[in-house]
Write a protein that binds this ligand. Structure first.
Ligand code: IPE
Length: 259
């Protein structure tokens, strides 16, 4: 089984509120269907989630009743994005079912607490592709919080021990320096604890669920339980499909058994 996250920066324009990239998603779905693998799919929220979540400071949990309208709006928007994703998947020939975190997950102090994994398992057994996504969910301490796609990836990887865990991003992977500013920046093909600790910490655009460093820490934990974890550029045709087929692709990989 393969576990794939389509990042919000790939399937939406992250800086323009609710801008869906339908052609990119259709192409990625074609790549998924041609690889013919059993899949659990997670997608990010992109501009359907982050912009309003940041305006209402939803990532820190409840502080004011005025946030509740923001909670409902983000839930509505990410469901709308999810429905668009689901339609493309079903149309592409991959029968899919949506499992919204607001209904099947809850947090405790911002950490993923409950997730109805049984539901994912049973839909997989039925021959369907379970789809879940970054959402606002209940938090036992903070009343609500943001459950990111990466938190879901980590839990699903721990439960299902997939062959490969693939994160589709809008960059080729992790670089030694910011490639937009430094022409000598090099792609790190294999990430180890040492390379991760040595990376310069910079922050790109507003994101309520953390940066590439958080993702790499997640990938380190995932690779320590089993399959390789890889981050690749989902904007470049063919890379996701190659990764699903088990081929070597341009990207940054945390190799299982090395952490
Ligand atoms: C964010 O999920 C969820 C909300 C802001 C509601 P992700 O962190 O997985 O989304 P992307 O991939 O960064 O867009």
């Amino acid at each position: 089984m393969m576990l794939v996250k389509l990042g919000g920066s790939v399937i939406t324009d992250k800086v323009r509120y609710r801008t869906f990239r339908e052609e990119v998603l259709s192409r990625l779905v074609d790549e998924i269907t041609s690889a013919q693998k059993e899949i659990i799919l997670v997608h990010g929220a992109g501009s359907f989630g982050h912009i309003i979540a940041a305006q209402h400071q939803l990532q820190h949990g409840f502080s004011d009743i005025s946030q509740i309208a923001g909670v409902a709006k983000v839930m509505e928007d990410v469901r709308e994005l999810d429905l668009k994703v689901l339609k493309v998947l079903n149309l592409g020939g991959l029968p899919s079912v949506s499992l919204p975190p607001s209904a099947v997950a809850s947090l405790r102090c911002g950490e993923l607490d409950d997730l109805n994994v049984e539901m994912f398992r049973r839909y997989l057994e039925l021959g369907m592709c379970p789809v879940t996504f970054g959402d606002v969910v209940l938090d036992r301490e903070r009343r609500f919080g943001i459950c990111s796609g990466d938190q879901l990836m980590e839990r699903l990887a721990r439960e299902f021990r997939p062959e490969r865990v693939i994160f589709c991003s809008d960059v080729d992977g992790v670089f030694t320096a910011d490639p937009a500013r430094d022409p000598d920046a090099e792609l790190i093909e294999t990430v180890s604890r040492e390379t991760l600790d040595a990376l310069p910490r910079t922050k790109r655009c507003a994101d309520v669920t953390g940066s590439i460093f958080g993702k790499l820490e997640t990938m380190m934990r995932i690779a320590s339980w089993g399959g390789d974890a890889i981050v690749l550029n989902g904007g470049i045709p063919g890379r996701l499909e190659a990764a699903l087929r088990g081929e070597t692709v341009v990207g940054s990989k945390v190799v299982s058994g090395t952490v």
